[in-house]
Design a binder for this molecule. Structure first.
Ligand code: SAM
Ligand code: SF4
Length: 351
């Protein structure tokens, strides 16, 4: 099929151009806000999409549905065997390709990933203190993360963003130090409100550090100017305009510097009205929202023999994809009385 893609629009007029692909639900860390210490069952290997299947779905997304950016995530996507080869095949299809990772192993692979066509990375780091890192992630690996960050920067995977989830009484005293660390090393700091997506169901709203609290803590130290743009957008809007921009991060610049800080406030400032995302799990289930309680089984279409590698099979998958987006609701309503957590945790959806 050579015709131009037809945009993936839902009934609220939201155009979907960003695809998040989870490459595995496995991880080499056990962050307390994400997974239990042990006992989380992994998806069986036979259920995971192979590289050819992932590439085929991305090709359909790019060529037929107008997807322009692909973020690879997990679980820990660096655990996926042959990742540089997969990145190369996805990048060859034309979208911007980025990666969300805990950074372990990135020191070894950053340059290879860059030359395979990876554009950007987000690296998770919730604290600068080794003992605290070991307590949060239940693994003593902070040195690997520092090395991975530096390697990503040196490889030109810019901008290197650092993601932190502040949790009350755990690392909420490190908001300013994390921003200083990022500025000093040429990274961009982003804070993410913790969400009720941990595998053990222990999320506690009272321990979530809200965007207001994050901005108050940073605002006590620096003058913050709204950049008027969202993370990932090209070109800043007028400083001080306060425009929300497209999701997910609201960005702020520290006055008198070029340091930019992002805040992703999925819980207290939901950005559902501007959502342009669709998600594919490692076992081939399409999700129209991080908080969706229903999924569309694209793996079944890929594997039913009818799916084939042909145009007709691709058209069938495209139709299922459009139907899934047509069923997308207006928003996630965390905090509303009837909110139901999705059955899958963040690590199995792809954060
Ligand atoms: N393992 C990779 C990593 O940690 O970056 C990629 C997957 S992880 C699920 C993606 C992002 O989700 C990370 O930045 C992580 O901090 C964040 N995350 C995990 N659990 C979360 C939760 N319950 N609430 C908010 N963010 C969460
Ligand atoms: Fe692993 Fe990322 Fe979850 Fe931490 S947040 S346990 S690194 S998937």
């Amino acid at each position: 099929m050579n015709s131009a893609p037809r945009p993936l629009v839902d009934r609220f007029g939201r155009v979907h151009t960003d695809l998040r692909v989870s490459l595995t639900d496995r991880c080499n860390l056990r962050c307390t806000y994400c997974m239990p210490a042990e006992g989380l069952a992994w998806l069986p290997g036979a259920e995971l999409l192979g590289d050819d299947e992932v590439v085929r779905l991305v090709r359909i997304a790019v060529r037929r549905l107008g997807i322009r950016s692909v973020r690879l995530t997990g679980g820990e996507p660096l655990l996926r065997r042959g990742l540089p080869g997969l990145v190369r095949r996805i990048a060859a299809l034309g979208p911007e390709v980025s990666l969300t990772t805990n950074g372990i192993g990135l020191a070894r692979t950053a340059a290879e990933l860059k030359s395979a066509g990876l554009h950007r990375v987000n690296v998770s780091l919730d604290t600068l203190r080794p003992e605290r890192y070991a307590a949060i992630t239940r693994r003593d690996r902070i040195a690997d993360v520092f090395a991975g960050l530096a390697a990503a920067r040196d490889a030109g995977l810019a901008p290197v963003k650092v993601n932190a989830v502040p949790v009350r009484g755990v690392n909420d005293d490190e908001l300013v130090p994390l921003v200083e660390f990022a500025a000093e090393h040429g990274y961009r700091m982003r804070f993410i409100e913790s969400m009720p997506l941990d595998a053990q169901g222990a999320w506690d709203r009272a321990r979530m550090v809200t965007a207001d609290e994050i901005l108050a803590a940073l605002g006590a130290r620096w003058e913050l100017l709204p950049t008027g743009r969202a993370a990932g957008e090209e070109g800043a809007g007028p400083a001080g305009s306060g425009r929300r921009g497209t999701p997910p991060a609201e960005e702020w610049r520290i006055a008198g510097t070029d340091t930019v800080v992002g805040v992703i406030a999925s819980v207290t400032r939901p950005f559902c009205g501007g959502c342009d995302r669709v998600r594919l799990t490692a076992d081939g289930q399409l999700r129209n929202c991080l908080f969706a309680t229903e999924e569309s089984d694209l793996r079944a279409l890929l594997r039913d023999g009818d799916g084939g590698g042909d145009d007709e099979g691709d058209a069938r998958i495209e139709a299922a994809w459009r139907a899934a987006i047509a069923g997308k609701g207006p928003g996630h309503a965390i905090g509303a009385a009837g909110f139901v957590r999705p059955a899958r945790p963040m690590s199995a959806i792809g954060g």
